[in-house]
Design a protein around this ligand. Structure first.
Ligand SMILES: Nc1ncnc2c1ncn2[C@@H]1O[C@H](COP(=O)(O)OP(=O)(O)OP(=O)(O)O)[C@@H](O)[C@H]1O
Ligand SMILES: [Mg+2]
Length: 246
């Protein structure tokens, strides 16, 4: 068995003494697409922020590529962080041009000159925004903003792409486009994708496996076909049939 990309061991996250996440053991493999599901407040975004190293667990260990991310030194942590990219429901773009927004992450990683220009153009072309380089980022529509966010992410060729409800405020055509782009990024680079979504159809369209979080705990993790047709947990059954009682 290859080593998992991520392993969480007894991870607990508390805010103000209140436990919002309690994950005994969770392994995430390379080259997979995971859908993170669960009701509001279940701990989905918290889980992504821990994986992305934006926050630290209150206790427990998170192992990334064999290294405990909270025990690694600063330079190792920086290296790990640079292999991860996150796209949020309402992405915050910088108040500069679209080109500059995509270039920024590459510049941080030391890319300069002709290589920088080539990579920015490739990324913009990938999301169908080749002509948008000089546009003001903050003037874009919601769908265009999410495409720039994805371009920014693919430009740096991350190992992990973390998507927190990336299509929640988009119209159906834009949703379909973002899904197509995510699938294409995954297929062409093998990047591991974790996507939080409340859209169960989206989970089925995109993911290899679904993970249900409920009250901060992982209730079920299974291949999507099994998750949606033959769930093992009663909670999963109620969640996918829309009869969960909160
Ligand atoms: N910085 C914080 N300080 C205090 N409580 C927090 C903080 N961040 C999250 N929480 C709490 O932790 C719990 C889990 O929040 P989280 O945002 O992870 O849920 P979620 O599953 O992403 O929900 P949603 O579907 O609404 O986005 C919630 O009860 C939330 O209020
Ligand atoms: Mg959330």
């Amino acid at each position: 068995m290859p080593e998992p990309l991520f392993e969480l061991i007894d991870v607990v996250k508390k805010y103000d003494g209140r436990t919002v996440l309690r994950v005994k053991n969770l392994k995430l493999d390379e080259n997979k697409v995971y859908a993170i599901l669960g009701p509001n407040g279940a701990g989905k975004s918290t889980l992504l922020r821990l994986l992305n190293m934006l926050e630290e667990p209150t206790s427990g260990r998170i192992i990334f590529q064999g290294v405990d991310i909270n025990r690694a030194g600063e330079s190792a942590r920086l290296r790990m962080r640079r292999q991860m990219c996150m796209v949020l429901q309402n992405t915050y773009l910088f108040n500069t041009s679209v080109y500059q927004n995509v270039a920024y992450g590459l510049q941080l990683r030391g890319v300069r000159g002709a290589e920088l220009e080539r990579k920015v153009k490739e990324a913009l072309s990938f999301v169908g925004l080749s002509d948008f380089g000089s546009r003001r980022a903050l003037k874009l529509s919601g769908g265009e903003t999410q495409r720039v966010a994805l371009a920014r992410a693919v430009a740096v060729r991350p190992q992990v792409l973390l998507l927190d409800e990336p299509t929640a405020s988009l119209d159906p055509d834009s949703v379909a486009l973002i899904e197509k782009l995510v699938r294409r990024i995954h297929e062409s680079t093998g990047v591991t994708v974790l996507i939080i979504t409340h859209n169960l159809f989206q989970a089925q369209r995109l993911a290899d496996e679904a993970i249900l979080l409920y009250n901060g705990e992982v209730i079920e993790k299974a291949p999507v076909a099994q998750f949606f047709t033959n769930p093992q947990s009663d909670i999963t059954r109620r969640f996918i049939s829309g009869t969960m009682i909160y």
